[in-house]
Design a protein around this ligand. Structure first.
Ligand code: UDX
Length: 450
């Protein structure tokens, strides 16, 4: 099939490359000149495992074309996919400027174009009712017999986006038309045969299902994060508690990992957007609001534990941060808890040394000389007063703890991702704090391995 994808960002580029990899012929439109030039030279503007290799492969096979703008040729496509950004506006709502501009562009081009029929679908996360608004614009332009609107929300995760694209838990198609649904069945026919169901629902249900899933996952994280704080007070173990909860099939074991708070381009944005959608309908979504405020609180709680370990203040102390990306296997730092930590530490007068396997450039672009980057954890720990493990990259899972301690000024280790145990840390000579497992200080008379 022929597909045009508008937007070469996360969702757009991954979808374009993966649809082309499945054998479709794809045009990906990216109007940002810098990104367009990069993509044309087969370079991915961000880090995502497997994507670079696949981009080169599908471009070399002439199944993916990168274009700077929408033209009447794009009406040769069976499906036009809207994958432009829908960032959070100041009010917390999704900003649909890019999306509606793209629709206006399509309508203006359609008026002079000769084509029979095309499906126009959203893939970006859009507020409930957006598909109807697009439909109304198309009706007003008297194009509704030629441009058929659908919603096909994307659930891929950064860091495993290519895998997720090929192994979706479900494919959701929101449309009023069974013919359009059949088009999507063809589009996804090439997916692995263990693929989960492709489901036909209304536009509204499809749009809501994306917010519902993301907000529910965010709520699960906020729930376990609040319990982690409670565990610190009770002397219970959050890791074991989460594991025991997850053994109940009704709860499930995923998304119960305590953390300094969820970040990224989706959960913070989508929880706020769903809250706004509720407000517009006079429905106060109490659970969603609580999940957001628990997430906002989480980093403050974490910072207070760091201060406790440092006897009350971080001023003039050197703190080493392991990981600034919002999760492993990405260079994305958007809404990362590490940024909130860095901001707080800088305003309290701390010196910051950090390392991250992929996000150093993005972090430096934001902070410049205010922070000091290192390519290895051991260099980042030199002369430091505390290490804070913020992102659970593999590179931080098997650290040589005695070696780290040797280069530090003070032996304090804070683990907000529950990678290490107090036993491991204390036998290397560290005073430690582990989220949901409390504080542990090395007794004065116990000599370390150092
Ligand atoms: C999310 C959704 O998972 C995906 O389906 C959707 O399409 C986009 O948003 P993503 O933001 O890429 O994907 O990452 P995800 O793995 O969901 O993690 C989001 C945040 O939650 C990260 O900051 C992560 O560290 C945090 N998290 C995740 C936890 O704190 N604990 C967990 O148990 C899981």
């Amino acid at each position: 099939m022929n597909i045009t994808i508008i937007g070469g960002g996360y969702v757009g580029l991954v979808s374009a490359v993966c649809f082309a990899d499945m054998g479709h012929f794809v045009t990906c439109i990216e109007n940002n000149p810098k990104k367009h030039t990069l993509l044309q030279s087969k370079e991915v503007p961000f880090f995502e495992p497997e994507l670079s290799e696949k981009l080169s492969h599908v471009c070399n096979a002439d199944r993916l074309t990168i274009a700077p703008g929408f033209t009447d040729n794009d009406f040769n496509a069976d499906v036009i996919i809207l994958a432009v950004g829908t960032p959070m506006s100041d009010s917390g709502e999704a900003d649909l400027t890019y999306l509606f501009n793209a629709v206006k562009d399509i309508i203006a081009t359609a008026k002079g174009a000769d084509f029979e029929r095309v499906v126009l679908t959203t893939k970006s996360t859009v507020p409930v009712g957006t598909g109807r608004k697009i439909n109304a614009m198309i009706q007003e332009a008297q194009l509704s017999d030629k441009i058929l609107v659908a919603s096909n929300p994307e659930f891929l995760r950064e860091g495993s986006a290519v895998y997720d694209f090929f192994h979706p838990d479900r494919i959701i198609i929101g449309t009023d038309s069974t013919t359009v649904f059949e088009t999507f069945k063809q589009l996804y026919k090439g997916l692995h045969k263990d693929t989960r169901p492709i489901v036909h629902v209304s536009l509204e249900t499809a749009e809501l299902s994306k917010y519902a899933a993301n907000t529910f996952l965010a709520t699960k994280i906020s729930f376990i994060n609040e319990l982690a704080i409670l565990c610190d007070q009770l002397g219970a173990d959050i890791k074991q508690t989460a594991k025991l909860m997850g053994l109940d099939g009704r709860i499930g074991k995923y998304f119960l990992n305590p953390s300094p708070g969820y970040g990224g381009s989706c959960f913070p944005k989508d929880t706020h957007a769903l809250q706004s959608i509720g407000k517009h309908q006079d429905v106060h979504l109490n659970v969603v609001s609580a999940a957001i405020s628990a997430n906002d609180h989480q980093i403050h709680y974490c910072i207070s534990q760091l201060k406790t370990l440092l006897h009350g203040t971080v001023a003039d102390k050197t703190v080493t941060i392991l990981g600034t990306s919002f999760k492993p296997n990405t260079d994305d730092i958007r809404e990362s808890a590490s940024l909130k930590l860095i901001d707080a530490l800088l305003s309290d007068g701390a010196n910051i040394q950090f390392t991250d396997p992929k996000a150093i450039d993005n972090t430096m672009a934001l902070y410049g000389s205010k922070v000091t980057p290192f390519s290895s954890s051991y260099n980042a720990a030199e002369n430091s007063d505390a290490i804070v493990l913020m992102t659970e990259w593999n590179a931080f899972r098997s650290l040589d703890l005695p070696r780290l301690k040797r280069v530090m000024n003070q032996a304090n280790f804070i683990d907000f991702r529950l990678i290490y145990s107090h036993d491991e840390l204390s036998s290397a000579g560290f005073n430690s704090y582990i989220l949901g497992k409390g504080h542990h200080r090395v007794p004065q008379n116990v000599s370390s391995l150092n």
